[in-house]
Design a protein around this ligand. Structure first.
Ligand SMILES: C[S@@+](CC[C@H](N)C(=O)[O-])C[C@H]1O[C@@H](n2cnc3c(N)ncnc32)[C@H](O)[C@@H]1O
Length: 324
């Protein structure tokens, strides 16, 4: 390495080392698990975009409808000259509703862990919004220490849509909100998209689509390990498994082994018994008191909350609560 200047190769090597360490630790546990953030390599991000278009995946279209209707109100609440900071920005599709509604936006900072996808999304935004200052940040929003300088004299408006907060276990969701509260500052606000508890069948179908796109998304984690960690997963030897755990109020997603088998990962050998599972993702579902409790635990209060008529999904406008 040359001084303190990191090249793209150094960054890719550090990302890969983080992946290797987490996978080896996760597979060594009794209850095997790999953190959900690793589902999003370039192919994972593209598959997530496909999931958003699925008929069973009501989440995206419902949240988009709420945001489209409420964007002018959000712009009013945000006040003059704000900066928009999106956590887990993906393709930055929903953010465009806010970019269009907030006429005097100082800057937009999309934050995502999926590097190539983030760069491509930022390039599209710069093309479509030539006057907008776009400041992408590739990183983990659970450990991010500071925001880029965005020259806003108004407030920092955070945006965390897509029910991404549901991927976090409750203690991590609180830790995330506290971090966001600190990053956004005492005058900050956060627009939070939350999937609501509902009929178990509707939830089950949303994560078990007929076209098998969600299964491809989950199994892509094995492909990523094969490519980046020289692993030897046979994709036909594993299946996607997703179900609603009513007691915990969450969808649980796993990769399940279809037979007894041995797999090499980064130079180590792991045995998988038939039926053995590796946990890949949770998606927690909230009720309205749960959203309020979550907001409070993270140092926010609810300034406004909107749902669709069927109460499938909620969008909350959270304001930083006084810390004293
Ligand atoms: C459920 S998708 C939502 C995408 C988009 N915001 C939307 O609403 O359609 C979650 C996004 O968060 C990103 N992500 C997941 N874990 C992350 C982490 N720990 N830090 C930063 N980004 C993360 C993924 O790459 C993905 O783009």
């Amino acid at each position: 390495m040359n001084g303190s200047v990191l090249t793209l190769d150094d960054i890719a090597a550090a990302d890969r080392e983080d992946f290797r360490r987490e996978v080896l630790a996760g597979l060594a546990q009794k209850a095997r698990a790999i953190p959900a953030r690793f589902l999003y390599d370039a192919r994972g991000s593209a598959l997530f975009d496909e999931i958003c278009e699925l008929p069973e995946y009501y989440l995206t279209r419902t949240e988009t409808r709420i945001l489209a209707e409420r964007a002018p109100e959000i712009a009013r609440l945000a006040g003059p000259h704000p900066a928009l900071v999106e956590f887990g920005s993906g393709s930055s599709v929903k953010s465009r509703l806010l970019l269009d509604a907030i006429g005097d936006l100082a800057a937009y900072a999309p934050i995502d862990i999926s590097r190539e996808h983030l760069e491509a999304s930022a390039a599209r935004l710069r093309r479509d919004y030539p006057g907008l200052n776009v400041e992408p940040v590739c990183g983990d929003y659970m450990t991010l220490e500071r925001l880029p300088h965005m020259g806003a004299d108004g407030r920092h408006l955070g945006f965390f849509p897509g029910s991404t907060v549901g991927n976090l276990e409750p203690a991590d969701a609180t830790a995330f909100l506290r971090r966001a509260r600190r990053l956004l500052g005492d005058d900050g606000a956060l627009v939070l998209g939350v999937d609501l508890r509902k009929d178990a069948r509707v939830l089950h179908d949303a994560y078990n689509d007929a076209a098998g796109v969600t299964a491809a998304f989950t199994l892509n984690l094995l492909r990523r390990m094969n490519r980046e960690l020289h692993a030897s997963f046979d994709l036909d030897g594993f299946a996607h498994e997703a179900f609603y755990n009513e007691g915990e109020g969450r969808i649980e997603i796993y990769v399940r082994s279809l037979r007894d088998q041995q797999v090499n990962v980064a130079g180590r050998s792991f045995g998988f018994a038939r039926g053995e599972r590796v946990h890949t993702e949770y998606s927690y579902k909230y009720d309205l008191p749960g959203i309020e409790a979550l907001a409070r635990s993270g140092g926010f209060r609810i300034g406004a909350l909107w749902t669709d008529p069927e109460r499938l999904f909620a969008v909350a406008y959270l304001e930083a609560a006084c810390t004293k």
